[in-house]
Design a binder for this molecule. Structure first.
Ligand SMILES: [Zn+2]
Length: 401
């Protein structure tokens, strides 16, 4: 009962995530080779461009936080590139360099915003958007609104934006390769904006490509769906994610495969793990210290540990919890089928020492508690309270045996 209160209380004292780069070792470039999307989609797009069969409106769609937005940007780069190959953009021409900063004058952006007195259209927060995208291009709506500190506001593409789109259609293309307007999350258009877009798509202007990028196509008007070329961006498989991770974080093949397998193909988790792999595995240290301190329940050490993880921010806190779940699973595996464990020598070493404390009796309960903590962290509960609560519960479970 007391524990329940503890966690409920954590929601009331929700804290603000400190800003700051998510990855230390990642430079977002967005060639096709940098995008964790299936190879089949990339080659379909380069073929469309090669055959001059790109429709005036494309709809890239996939799961929230998937690769549809980076894929659309990579394709825009490919169409603009002054020196493209059959598979990818050159990455070094004047046009590619502008796309690197999302500052190509023929690339226009529309995305959901939190309307206010000062913010009426996407261009009013374009520099914030560029920053969020370049930090992590597999943006979900929550990532974007968190970066704006607008979590509780309604994301919308409204009528001022629709007028802005119409105004921009009159611009001529600066670099002579047409204009591309990326509309991210068209499902957030209000009624008026949807109708205006529909009118435009009915009579497509010359020289302008519309790239709609959606994670909820069921919310789009059927009349809009009927006017676009559909590009479904499936999730990349583990080996495709590993390839991109190896390139983006300069990891060797084996490290990259381990990272992608641990993250089970999830791109954000793979990037976080890869980033830390470059500077040593912080999650192993966190896990080792947490489990040891929880086993004997040393309140001073636990408090110090909580201060440390608090400084890492919410994404890494979640990542730690996911890492711990993987370690619990490996603690059981190492007893029975040790050859299935892919971790580093340091990870195996700790698993060997600590596995007697994680048994088939407490494994399930530990997994459940760490899963619950992850749920609470995800929903902005106070991390100090969540982790103190988790340490108490872990102490109880490890000593239960
Ligand atoms: Zn180029």
């Amino acid at each position: 009962m007391i524990r329940f209160l503890f966690v409920d209380l954590a929601f009331f004292i929700a804290e603000k995530e400190s800003p700051g780069g998510l990855f230390k070792s990642y430079l977002c470039l967005m060639l096709f080779a940098d995008v964790a999307a299936p190879e089949s989609i990339k080659s379909r797009l380069t073929e469309l461009a090669g055959n001059g069969r790109v429709a005036h409106a494309l709809l890239f769609f996939g799961q929230d936080g998937g690769a549809q937005l980076p894929t659309a940007v990579a394709f825009a780069r490919y169409l603009f590139c002054g020196n493209r190959g059959t598979q990818d953009s050159c990455g070094t021409c004047a046009s590619c360099l502008k796309v690197n900063k999302l500052a190509h004058p023929d690339l226009h952006w529309v995305f959901p915003i939190a309307l206010s007195k000062d913010v009426r259209k996407s261009d009013d927060v374009i520099s914030e958007f560029r920053e969020a995208f370049l930090e992590f291009p597999y943006l979900g709506l929550n990532d974007w609104f968190n970066s704006l500190d607008a979590e509780n506001k309604q994301p919308v593409i409204g009528k001022d934006e629709a007028n802005e789109i119409i105004r921009k259609l009159n611009y001529t293309s600066y670099e002579g390769r047409g204009k591309i307007m990326i509309i991210w999350m068209p499902e957030k258009m209000n009624h008026e904006a949807s109708n205006k877009l529909l009118k435009i798509l009915e009579e497509p202007p010359d020289e302008t490509f519309f790239f709609l990028v959606s994670s909820a196509i069921e919310q789009l008007l059927p009349t809009i769906l009927s006017r676009v070329q559909m590009i479904q961006v499936h999730n990349a498989n583990v080996s495709e994610v590993a390839k991109v991770v190896a390139k983006n974080f300069q990891l060797n093949q084996q490290q990259a495969e381990h990272v992608a397998a641990t993250a089970q193909g999830n791109i954000k988790q793979a990037f976080l793990l890869a980033d830390d792999n470059v500077s040593g595995n912080i999650y192993l240290d966190l896990y080792r210290n947490f489990m040891r301190n929880a086993l004997r329940f040393d309140p001073f050490k636990i408090t110090g540990w909580i201060d440390e993880i608090q400084g890492l921010g919410r994404e890494k806190q979640k990542q730690f919890l996911i890492y711990a779940l993987q370690m619990f699973r490996n603690s059981i595996l190492i007893k029975h089928i040790p050859q299935q464990i892919t971790g580093s020598p340091e990870e195996r070493d700790f698993l060997q020492k600590f596995h007697p404390y994680i048994t088939t009796q407490n494994h399930e309960a530990l997994t459940e508690e760490f899963g619950k903590a992850s749920y609470h962290i995800e929903r902005n509960a106070n991390s100090k309270i969540v982790f103190m609560d988790l340490a108490l519960k872990t102490n109880e479970l490890l000593n239960k045996k």
